[in-house]
Write a protein that binds this ligand. Sequence first.
Ligand code: HEM
Length: 128
Amino acid sequence: RMDLTPYEHLGGEAVLSKLVTTFYAFVKEDDTLSPLFPDDLTETARKQIQFLTQFLGGPSLYTDEHGHPMLRARHMPFPISQQHATAWLQCMEKAMDAIALTGSLREFILSRLTMTAYHMVNTADEPW
Ligand code: HEM
């Protein structure tokens, strides 16, 4: 349907919140990613819901509260390698599996997140 944004097609706030909450549960269990994140992911998830809402064509919740996303700059305090980007995307795929997001909408969202995730890489892989 060409008349819906990806955000609407997904199911809006309810489904996006479920996806993001599930995603961070997988991040917390991931030995590559969890050392980078705070113990309490409540605020992290809240900001990610705001960001992905506007990333997928919904209201500009993130920018309204935090200003321009400047995502690569906001990630510079964290050493992010290709291994982290791959692990991040694997957690997102597991979250998509868990909420049964399938088909062309899943592929569209994943392809956009793949570009964004590798754009965050700012550090070489560890060779071990
Ligand atoms: C914040 C890691 C990819 C969106 C963060 C934080 C970490 C992190 C450690 C700070 C969490 C906190 O202090 O609460 C990573 C890693 C990635 C990655 C390892 C692997 C490539 C992405 C991608 C997106 C994204 C692909 C968007 C699609 C965000 C947002 C924030 C954030 C919106 C909150 C920024 C703020 O403080 O306002 N990320 N991230 N990240 N990340 Fe990522």
